[in-house]
Design a protein around this ligand. Structure first.
Ligand code: SF4
Ligand code: SF4
Length: 343
């Protein structure tokens, strides 16, 4: 075992960042654990590794090409496979596990964290799930803790939290997914992002969200590491339905249920199967990612320039006015009418 390579915090920081990029990360930032001071007990990583000194956040870009087929309305699975499920459950975990191996090879404990939220003790609203788990002692939170990935990435300097509650990076806007490493290794720390303001409250995310999940006027305010953050209230239940392309109404869009039909951003008679255990992101994050990307690019805010702009067509919507739940799933119905959204 080598001990010298990571002993100097400056050298260690350079090497760790190099490794993270080699493992596939697009962005890397590092925060001291003290920035989690004041975090809710159920979301405070210091209860997981009390001796941790550093939080390393890595961001993986969602390829703009993976969103192209949804922008065109012709190829939906690529985002769920390569942009959403693939990054979340394959590419990012591989990178953070390998980063932890590198750190542990030098004698410092490290653990990787991704979207492993199925065992978390709190629900989407941050409330303890009834009958789920109990603390092992009164001074500890109930298992499992879930660290807020985007807030951690903010603390590591990777970008802003936008009105949509998405992490907005100057390089890729909101089209990133985040993984974390916590370690006992001491490193040099990045400042919290203080560059040009990325979210201008344009509310494009609000207007384009198919489930009207992001409030335009009600907000959540928190203070982290001395910085005040504010984002629009998010209706996570509405998002859970809308992002799969469902809306309430007679129909069999969701398996085993008879009260959901396809919404205007789903071309599918029934929700397609999951990809990489998670993806069904039929909406392609149309509000919180794609509309925001278009807004940022229109304002020339992104530092990673592309040769062509992201938004090339008017957003489309599917005309389901002739939807007949009884005629679905025949495998032979064609002729879905589409119209341009004139909003
Ligand atoms: S779409 Fe506009 S308001 Fe929404 S997060 Fe992006 S920049 Fe902010
Ligand atoms: S994932 Fe889709 S439904 Fe959910 S907030 Fe984003 S745009 Fe709205």
């Amino acid at each position: 075992m080598m001990y010298d390579e990571l002993e100097n915090p400056h050298t260690a920081t350079v090497l760790i960042k190099q490794r993270a990029i080699e493992y596939g990360a697009d962005l890397v930032g590092i925060a001291p654990m003290s920035r989690f001071e004041g975090a809710p007990k159920q979301m405070d990583p210091r209860y997981i590794m009390p001796a941790a000194k550093s939080c390393i956040a890595v961001a993986f870009r969602v390829l703009r090409g993976s969103l192209r087929g949804i922008e065109e309305g012709t190829f939906f699975s690529n985002y769920s496979a390569m942009g959403y499920g693939g990054i979340t459950y394959v590419f990012m975990p591989t990178a953070v596990v390998n980063l932890c191996k590198y750190i542990e090879d030098h004698g410092y404990e490290a653990f990787p964290m991704g979207h492993q939220s199925d065992w978390r003790a709190i629900d989407n609203e941050g409330v303890l799930r009834r009958g789920f788990s109990r603390p092992v002692s009164p001074d500890k939170p109930a298992p499992d803790i879930m660290v807020h990935l985007r807030i951690a990435a903010y603390l590591c300097g990777l970008g802003e939290i936008g009105w949509s509650k998405m992490l907005i990076t100057p390089e890729f806007g909101p089209a990133v997914r985040v993984g974390l490493v916590f370690t006992e290794l001491e490193l040099e720390y990045d400042d919290i992002y203080s560059g040009p303001q990325l979210c201008n409250r344009c509310m494009a995310c609000v207007r384009a969200c198919p489930g009207k999940c992001i409030s335009a006027d009600k907000s959540v305010k928190v203070t982290v590491a001395g910085h005040d953050l504010e984002w629009g209230e998010i209706d996570t239940e509405a998002c859970d339905l809308a992002f799969r392309g469902a809306e309430e109404g007679p129909g069999n869009y969701l398996p085993g249920k008879n009260n959901y039909r396809p919404n205007a951003i789903s071309p599918f008679y029934q929700v397609p199967p999951k990809v990489y255990t998670a993806g069904k992101a039929v909406c392609g994050s149309g509000g919180c990612t794609r509309a925001c990307l278009a807004s940022l690019e229109a304002r020339n805010m992104l530092t990673r320039k592309m040769r062509q702009k992201f938004r090339r067509n008017k957003p489309w919507s599917v005309d389901w006015s002739d939807y007949d739940a009884n005629a679905t799933n025949t495998g032979g119905t064609v002729g879905i009418n589409t119209k341009l959204d004139t909003d």
